[in-house]
Ligand binder design. Structure first.
Ligand code: SF4
Length: 365
């Protein structure tokens, strides 16, 4: 049957529905799955710009004008046993990414000094390996985390892969690790097409061990790997249910030599739409835009904040270059956003009132 609605009336209906959903989130009510799926399904650019405007209001309501800055330092590079198909550091692929063993304390302290100079809140120590267990490497890392904490230069964060032993998580917490990055990467459905050497469930269990030890979770994913919009929506709801405090959104920067080298780039507006949908679903979390932003968004980079981002990864990424930190800081200043780190703690989960163990049980088990 032919519709008698004009395109104008369709737009007006979307405009009204977006406004109703925006007001619902602003008043503290969580989005339903069906509502999230509808936001992800919007196609018309007029609707997407409308969505961005509401996402910006939600960011302002829950995060103010504060921007949380993080940096990373690669403490062990390349030669990883895992086969994540986007990753230049996997030993399974021939890439030009650097390879080196565990760095010494000086490299970490120098990264911490740079972070402090740039007003960065968290410094993540990142290692390219499957995961971490008890032993001399954990002992050395704990000494480094404790030294970083004592220095007061940056919050000691970690991204050290899969943890199967709850004692490892407790040791990291005792050493001062406050936040651990472990991305779900994508939906549970799509994950086997991203990696086959470990499972989505192992990632979920790692997050549970860390939460049980009292460590905050930084967990997000990568856009543009061939996933559907429904996969992105699923990821956003899984991150809400698992209780992530910081949600990094990476956009695939296809690396020659990796199986995802030929994935077509996402249109910038679709990336911004995804960020905005995440802000609707995760209104209080730090939504951090990380790897791939410069290459994929180009001149639209500053629009990530209009789309609802409240955090930024600055400095270089693990295997690719970012734009200079000074340029990012100038962008924030020009937008009237405030990255001063001494004022920022985690402001997401405390407001929800639920303890970590209760928050993540329902969906990801
Ligand atoms: S993403 Fe991490 S676990 Fe996967 S291959 Fe790269 S370094 Fe290894």
């Amino acid at each position: 049957m032919l519709s008698t609605m004009t395109s104008d009336s369709v737009d007006a209906a979307n405009h009204d529905r977006l406004a109703a959903l925006g007001r619902k989130v602003l008043s503290g009510h969580p989005m339903t799955r069906a509502e999230g799926e509808w936001l992800f399904s919007l196609e018309a650019s007029a609707d997407v710009y409308d969505l961005l405007a509401w996402a910006n209001r939600i960011r302002e309501r829950f995060k103010g004008n504060r921007i949380h800055l993080c940096s990373i330092v690669n403490i062990k590079a390349g030669g990883c046993s895992e086969n994540c198909r986007f990753c230049a550091q996997s030993a399974a692929y021939q890439t030009e990414a650097p390879r080196y063993g565990l760095v010494d304390d000086r490299a970490i302290q120098s990264a911490a000094e740079e972070a402090q100079t740039n007003g960065v809140v968290g410094l993540g120590l990142v290692a390219a390996w499957r995961g971490l267990d008890e032993g001399p490497v954990l002992d050395a890392l704990c000494r480094q985390f404790a030294a970083l904490r004592r220095s007061g230069k940056a919050r000691p964060d970690a991204s050290l892969g899969i943890i199967k032993n709850p004692r490892v998580a407790r040791r990291l917490a005792e050493a001062g690790v406050e936040c651990y990055n472990h991305n779900l990467e994508t939906s549970r459905r799509f994950f086997p097409q991203v990696c086959s050497t470990h499972t989505y469930q192992e990632r979920v269990e790692t997050i549970r061990h860390l939460q049980a030890a009292g460590i905050k979770i930084c967990s997000g994913g990568i856009l543009g790997m061939g996933e559907t919009r429904a996969d992105r929506c699923e990821l956003a709801f899984s991150l809400r249910e698992i209780g992530a405090s910081v949600v990094p959104i990476n956009i695939l920067n296809p690396i020659p030599g990796t199986p995802f080298a030929d994935r077509p780039p996402l249109p910038p507006l679709e990336i911004l739409q995804t960020i905005a949908c995440f802000r609707f679903i995760l209104p209080k979390q730090e939504i951090m835009i990380a790897g791939g932003r410069a290459v994929n968004l180009r001149d639209l980079q500053s629009m990530i904040f209009l789309a609802g981002a409240s955090a930024l990864m600055v400095g270089n990424y693990l295997t690719t270059l970012n734009q200079p930190v000074e340029k990012d800081l100038q962008m924030l200043k020009d937008l009237g956003l405030d990255p001063r780190w001494d004022k920022h703690g985690f402001s997401d989960q405390e407001e929800t009132g639920a303890p970590p163990a209760a928050r993540h049980e329902p969906v990801v088990a």
